[in-house]
Ligand binder design. Structure first.
Ligand code: G
Ligand code: G
Ligand code: NA
Ligand code: MN
Length: 253
């Protein structure tokens, strides 16, 4: 069977799983939210990394059913966690293709309602590239999602080719500093300058900032002193199965 057919099967036969990585509030150590990251547990090949099947899913259009599975599964877990009283939030990654799916907002609304989860508990992460081939349409979709209460983050911020003008045009709440700028902190003077500039810009535009790929206490110290609000990375936790997140869930405010 070709990979495409196998992926089609994976959606219907329980081979997909979401792992979750905490986004941590720098000031309190509390849980700002969780990022859901898709995993494919292939019956023979073991775990296939998203980098190997997401591009295929995008090319074939399978990304659409795949992503609805992701949203539904994230909302099922959200409902379960929130029942325990914790104000947990989950972020899902949206790809370029989904901004050509005009049914996206209404289908997300239906999934939220079915699971009795408020829109404010769901966040979407998108890359600059995902919205840039048709910015007009992307803005309409994002506005509808915002009207449902969802938050919107720009992922891998600083690595795309698009102009900064979209920060003003697009209805976004947060930027995620790409881990390539975090990796060599605090020693690399250029990366330090870039990170400070992003934080200044975000402050002026009233956007939250999440630094990705934080692996060391030294990186965290630099980011805390520079005024970065949220951090995410192996220093706190790798992405983990839902069943291993209880300690973090109890830190949700
Ligand atoms: O976990 P990591 O190897 O986990 O993820 C690799 C890449 O796959 C990241 O760029 C991430 O954004 C992407 N990815 C993970 N899960 C999803 C998903 O559910 N949808 C989309 N579109 N991309 C995802
Ligand atoms: O593109 P996106 O930012 O969604 O992808 C997140 C990717 O980064 C996932 O593959 C995730 O597993 C990985 N990741 C998360 N934290 C760290 C980290 O601290 N270091 C490294 N190297 N990768 C990380
Ligand atoms: Na992401
Ligand atoms: Mn990212």
């Amino acid at each position: 069977l070709e990979l495409e057919a196998q992926l089609r099967q994976a959606i219907d036969s329980n081979q997909l799983e979401l792992h979750y990585q905490p986004k941590v509030l720098v000031e309190t150590g509390g849980l700002a939210g969780l990022e859901a990251l898709l995993r494919w547990n292939h019956p023979e090949q073991g775990r296939i990394p998203p980098m190997e099947f997401i591009p295929l899913a995008e090319e074939t259009g399978l990304i659409i059913p795949l992503s609805y599975w992701v949203i539904e599964e994230a909302c099922r877990k959200l409902a379960k966690w929130r029942k325990g009283g914790a104000d947990v939030k989950v972020a899902i990654n949206l790809s370029a293709r989904q901004f050509h799916d005009e049914k996206l907002p209404q289908r997300i609304e239906a999934i939220l309602q079915r699971n009795k989860v408020p829109g404010s508990a769901l966040e979407i992460e998108l890359t600059e590239g995902a919205v840039m081939d048709d910015p007009g349409r992307a803005i309409v979709i994002l506005q509808r999602l915002r009207a449902l209460g969802l938050r919107v983050s720009v992922d891998d911020f600083g690595t795309g080719y698009s102009s900064l003008a979209y920060l003003k045009r697009f209805p976004i709440n947060a930027v995620k500093i790409d881990r390539s700028f975090v990796m060599d902190l605090p020693g690399d003077a250029e990366d330090a300058a870039i990170v400070r500039a992003i934080l200044d810009l975000a402050r002026a535009l009233n956007l939250d900032v999440v630094a990705e790929g934080v692996e060391t206490a030294e990186q965290l110290d630099f980011l805390a002193q520079a005024g970065c609000g949220q951090v995410q990375g192996y220093y706190f936790s790798p992405p983990r199965p839902a069943a291993e997140l209880d300690a973090w869930i109890s830190k949700a405010s």
